[in-house]
Design a protein around this ligand. Sequence first.
Ligand code: ZN
Length: 384
Amino acid sequence: MSAAPQQALAWLAGQREAMETLLQRLVDTDSNSYDKAGVDAVGALLAAELEADGILLKRMPVDHFGDVLLAEVPGQSTKPVLLLGHRDTVFPKGTVTTRGYSRDGNLAHGPGVADMKGGLVLNCFALKALKRAGELPYPVQVLYTGDEEIGSGSARTHIEKAALGARAVLNTEPGRASGNVVSARKGGATLIIEVSGRAAHAGVNHADGASAIEALARKIVKLHALTDYTAGITTNVGLITGGTSSNTVAPSACARLDVRFIELRHWDRLFTEIQAIVAEEELAGTQAILKEATTFLPMEACHSERLLHLYQQQALALGFSVEGEFTGGCADSGFTASLGIPTLCGLGPVGGKVHTEREYLELDTLVPRALALVATILAVGDSV
Ligand SMILES: [Zn+2]
C-alpha cells in the first residue's frame, strides 16, 4: 500500500471518539421507517458530517419515506465500490425521549445502535478516510436508504440501479454477536391473504353461509405443506384474523404469511404455487386475494466468496479473524447479490439483540471494523 492510503488508515485509527460522538447523535434521533422527518434528520446529520470533508452528496427525494442519499468519493474508473446503509429503525417515534443512547463500559445501547446506526457511522468514516487516501483507482459510494425495516419498497430501485454499475457491494449491517460477518442470507417475503365469504346466523341459517375462516384454514394447511427444510424453504402463517362472532358464519378472514428461501431460483416457483393455492375456491361462495407486502431476495454464498476471502485477509492483517456466517434474516444485500454483483454483508461493528430493548454494540469494534472495511475497499481492485 502506498503512503497516502496508509496515512488515511492511520487517521481512521484515531477516530474512535469522533465515531462514538456521531453514533450517539444518530441513535438519539428517532428514525422509525414510517417517520420520514426522523429518517431524513439522520440523513442530514450524515450529510453534514460528509460535506464538512468536501464529500459530494446527491439527494433523491422519496415521498412518505426517508430520502435516498448517494455520497461519493471519486476515483479514476467509472465502476465504484458501493456501500449500503439503511437509516430507519424498528423503534417507534419517541423512543429516545425515554431510552436514548447510553454506554456501559464497552457496550453502547439505544434504539438502532447496532442495526444499523453503528454501520452508518462506519460507512461515513470510511468515506472520510478515503477522501484522505489520495487519488483512488475507482470511486467509492455510499447509498443511504430509509425503509429497509419494512422491505425497502421505496429504496429497492435505487439500490439495484447503484449496484448494477458497481464492482462490489459492501453492506455494514451489524457484525454478528460471534464477531463473524454475513456471507449468505435467506430471501423472504411477507404475503397477505384476504378471504371473503358470506355471513349467516350459525344457528338459524348455517347452510346459507360461506365461512371465510374455513376457506382460509384449508389454505393454511396447503401453504404450510410447501415447507421443505432440505431445500431451505419455510412457510409460516404467523398471524390470522377473521370473523365477527362465534355465532356468525365468518364473512371475512385474513392471514399474513412469511416465506423464506435460500436460492433465488426457488422463489418464482414458490410464488406461483402460493398464487394457485390462494386462487383455489375452497368452499362455494368464498374467494381470496393475495397481496405482496414485502419481498427480499436471498444473498447466495457464491456471490460473497471472493469478497469474504479478501475481507478475512485484511482482518487478519489488522489482528482479528472472522468467518462468514449464514443467517435467515433478510437485508438489502440480497437485492444486489441477486443481480450477480459480488456482495458481502454484516461488516458493521459487532452487536446483537437487535430489534429489542437490549440491543447493544461493542464500541471497541468501531475502529477495527472501519479499518478492515477501508482496507477491503482498497483491495477490491479488479479481482472480484
Ligand atoms: Zn438492519
